[in-house]
Design a protein. Structure first.
Length: 273
C-alpha cells in the first residue's frame, strides 16, 4: 500500500538509490507489484513508486552481492539475455500499443468534441423547429377559426339565398297568376272589342244606307240636323272605342288605333265638319 513517504523514481534513479542496475529494479518492481506511472508525453520516462521501506534498506557492496550471488553458467546468462531482449521488445511493442491507444483516445476526444458540437447544434435546431411548429400550429388554429367563421357566413348566405329563391319563386308564381289574369281580362276585352267592331260595322252599313236615303228624300235643313246627330253618335262611339282601346292597349306608335280598330276612320270628314 502506497504511503506519503514513497517516492516516484525512474528505473535509473531507483537503481542509483538502491545501488543496483535498472533491470534489477524493473524485475523487483514487477515481482513486488510497485505502481507504474506513465509520462504525459511519449518522451517522458516511465516512473515507479518505490516504497520508503525499500529506500531505507542498508546498501550492500558489489563484493557482498557477488559473494551472495550463486554462479551461473554461460548458457543461463545467454538465456537470461535473450529473455531480457524479448522483454524489452515486448515493452517496445507495449509502448507502441500504448502510443496508438493514446492517439486513438486523442482522436476519440476530437470526435467527442465534434459530437458535442453537433449535439448542441441539433438541440438548437430542435428548439428552433419546436418554435416554428408552435408558430405553425398557432397560424393553423387561426386559419381554422377563420375557416369556421367563413363557413358560418357561407351557411348564412346559403340560407338567405334559399329564402330569397323561395321568395322569388313565390313572386314569380304570383306574377304569373297576375299575368294570366291580365291575359284573361285582355282576351275578354278583345272579345268585347271585336263585338263592338262588328256592331260598329253594322251601324256603319246602316248609316251608309240611311245616308243615301236621307240625301235623296230630306231637304237641306233636315239633312244638316241629321249630320249633326250622326256626328254626335260617332263621337259617342269614338269615346267608347277609346275606352276599350286604352283597356286593351290597342294604340300604335303614332297614337292612332290599330288596323283592326280603324273602321271609324271614314267618319273623320264628318267629325271635322
Amino acid at each position: 500500500m502506497a504511503t506519503y513517504d514513497d517516492e516516484l523514481l525512474t528505473y535509473r534513479e531507483a537503481g542509483q538509490r538502491l545501488g543496483v542496475r535498472p533491470d534489477s529494479v524493473m524485475r523487483r518492481a514487477r515481482r513486488q507489484g510497485w505502481e507504474r506511472v506513465e509520462g504525459n508525453k511519449k518522451t517522458d520516462p516511465v516512473r515507479i513508486r518505490v516504497p520508503a521501506a525499500v529506500l531505507t534498506e542498508p546498501r550492500t557492496s558489489p563484493l557482498d552481492r557477488a559473494l551472495r550471488t550463486p554462479r551461473i553458467s554461460v548458457d543461463a546468462v545467454a538465456m537470461l539475455g535473450a529473455a531480457l531482449e524479448r522483454q524489452e521488445m515486448a515493452n517496445k511493442v507495449l509502448q507502441a500499443t500504448l502510443d496508438a491507444a493514446r492517439a486513438e483516445i486523442a482522436l476519440a476526444q476530437i470526435y467527442t468534441g465534434k459530437a458535442e458540437t453537433l449535439r448542441l447544434a441539433a438541440e438548437k435546431g430542435a428548439d428552433d423547429l419546436a418554435r416554428r411548429l408552435e408558430s405553425a400550429e398557432a397560424e393553423l388554429s387561426a386559419a381554422e377559426a377563420h375557416a369556421a367563421e367563413l363557413q358560418a357566413k357561407a351557411e348564412t348566405l346559403r340560407l338567405a339565398a334559399e329564402k330569397g329563391t323561395d321568395d322569388l319563386a313565390r313572386r314569380l308564381e304570383r306574377e304569373e297568376m297576375e299575368r294570366r289574369t291580365l291575359q284573361d281580362q285582355t282576351d275578354a276585352v278583345r272579345v268585347e272589342l271585336s263585338a263592338a267592331e262588328a256592331h260598329a260595322a253594322e251601324l256603319q252599313a246602316k248609316f251608309d244606307a240611311l245616308e243615301m236615303k236621307r240625301q235623296a228624300a230630306l231637304p237641306e235643313r233636315e239633312h244638316t240636323l241629321w249630320q249633326q246627330h250622326a256626328a254626335h253618335r260617332i263621337r259617342e262611339l269614338e269615346r267608347q272605342l277609346e275606352v276599350a282601346k286604352v283597356a286593351a292597349g290597342g294604340r300604335d306608335e303614332f297614337g292612332a288605333p290599330s288596323r283592326r280598330k280603324r273602321w271609324w276612320w271614314p267618319f273623320q270628314p264628318i267629325l271635322r265638319g
